[in-house]
Write a protein that binds this ligand. Structure first.
Ligand code: HEM
Length: 450
């Protein structure tokens, strides 16, 4: 045994068994930042009956996500929280099965293919804001959810959105709160017990299932008539080497994963963008000047992006301050050493984008929205692991290019027509569910730009 195996990272001590769990339940984001400040770069976190290792240094995050990635799997937390809805889809699966599915889906996310989605994205935005009027109030969080859902279904699945899809946002909010509530609760009744919440969770999952199966069916019937090359066609046509196709369950899991992951996070990013621009008029004006100068009122295209550096800086800064994926977890499948400590297989590591992206060692004035910082080659100066809104290593987000294209086209189109101001007194509170959501939505007043 080496000297380091005897040492344990520091951590909160002497808490009653559920003490930290209760603090996390009340204010998870604040607790994570406080713990990082008090205990440092590597912290032992006793939560309920289990212990997690919380990593607050870019080098340690890089060790887990990239350098020693083969010693880690997605964590038991990920599986418990998103597994019931997403099954064995790309976000959760492991090993050879994951590798095969990722290879299969990858062509739909190639740069050239993604750029083909641009026109459909712009069409969706135009249709979505057709009815927006000067001076009206809207919840930008649900508006962005409806918009990104429409974009995902049209581009990735080549079908249109069923009418009931407006309820997807509500369903997801309920399921996220339900699943996290169960995970954080000291008393966990079996899901099969017919409590009102368990029954509602079953109904919401059945609803989402029915949408996904309907899209698959509709796609199949249309695909018979014309040759298609969208993501769903790739999945439907996928064959194993022995000639067998993906089972209906596998197809359902992948489609559900891309359906949910393909719109939910981008919607949060866009909602936080309108909020931050509304609260920071200097940044908003600078963005307007850039867009007006380069585009002059026309819709943006991917080829415009090199001439829109401030737009990119705004997007980077939104993802820094309000990262939709605000925490990432891994469980070790082999012994590993991180930061001079040895950990056995089965150790769960937590890495938080929320905490790391607001660390004053790497970001000056870390809580301030200042897109300009990205124009000063910040990206080149940051150590790997200090900024990871899309994760890192082999499990990095497959949809990063898709999300950034969509966000740039949506912001570039809408910001030329409207600006938004928060309805006075509306409380904006980040709620750390599976993604970082505004708890009460983002109620804003629309102002048409002349
Ligand atoms: C702003 C938008 C987005 C953010 C912030 C985001 C963030 C992330 C992060 C942090 C991961 C890695 C999770 C981990 O390491 O445990 C991830 C994985 C993933 N994302 Fe995204 N994502 C976004 C948009 C999208 C879009 C548009 C799609 C699909 C069209 C997508 C599909 C996926 C999938 C399938 C995975 C799992 C990849 C794998 O493990 O192979 N995401 N995302």
């Amino acid at each position: 045994m080496t000297a380091s195996t005897k040492r344990m990272p520091p951590g909160p001590k002497g808490l009653p068994l559920f003490g930290l769990a209760l603090t996390i339940r009340k204010d998870a984001l604040g607790t994570l930042r406080r713990v990082a400040r008090e205990y440092g770069d590597i912290v032992r976190l006793p939560v309920m009956l289990q212990e997690r290792i919380f990593l607050n240094h870019p080098d340690f995050i890089e060790q887990v996500l990239v350098i020693q990635q083969s010693k880690f799997h997605k964590s038991d937390l990920t599986k418990i929280i998103v597994g019931p809805l997403l099954g064995q889809g790309l976000l959760v699966s492991e090993g050879e099965f994951w590798r095969r599915q990722r290879r299969l889906a990858q062509p739909a996310f190639h740069r050239s293919r993604i750029q083909e989605y641009g026109a459909t994205m712009i069409e969706s935005v135009e249709r979505h804001i057709r009815d927006w009027r000067d001076s009206e109030r809207r919840d930008l969080a649900s508006e962005m959810m409806a918009l990104t859902l429409d974009v995902a279904v049209r581009t990735l699945f080549g079908t249109s959105l069923p009418a009931e899809a407006q309820q997807v946002g509500q369903s997801m909010t309920f399921l996220m709160r339900y699943q996290l509530g169960r995970q954080r609760s000291p008393v966990r009744l079996p899901e099969s017990w017919p409590t009102p919440r368990n029954r509602r969770a079953t109904r919401e999952r059945e609803f989402l299932d029915s949408l996904v199966y309907r899209m698959i069916d509709e796609h199949r019937s249309q695909a018979a008539e014309n040759h298609r090359s969208d993501l769903l066609s790739l999945l439907l046509g996928a064959m194993d080497e022995d000639g067998s196709q993906m089972t209906p369950q596998q197809l359902r899991d992948e489609t559900m994963t891309l359906f949910i992951a393909g719109h939910e996070t981008t919607a949060q990013m866009l909602a936080w963008t309108w909020y931050l621009l509304g609260e920071n008029s200097t940044a908003e004006t600078r963005l307007h000047e850039e867009l007006d100068g380069v585009l002059g009122g026309r819709a943006p295209e991917a080829s415009d992006f090199p001439r829109l550096p401030y737009l990119r800086a705004v997007m980077n800064e939104v993802l820094r301050l309000y990262p939709p994926a605000y925490i990432t977890a891994r469980t070790s499948i082999a012994p590993c050493s991180i930061g001079g400590y040895d950990f056995p297989a089965g150790s769960t590591m937590l890495m938080s984008q929320w905490v790391m992206h607001r660390d004053a060692r790497f970001y000056e004035d870390p809580d301030t929205f200042r897109p300009e910082r990205w124009l000063e080659e910040l990206e080149d100066r940051l150590p790997a692991g200090a900024y990871f809104p899309f994760g890192d290593g082999p499990r990095r987000c497959i949809g990063q290019g898709f999300a950034l294209l969509e966000a740039a086209l949506v912001i570039g189109t809408i910001a030329q027509r409207f600006q938004f101001r928060l309805v006075p007194g509306h409380p904006v509170v980040p709620e750390p569910l599976i993604t970082l959501r505004p708890r009460n939505g983002i109620q804003m007043t629309l102002h048409a730009r002349s």
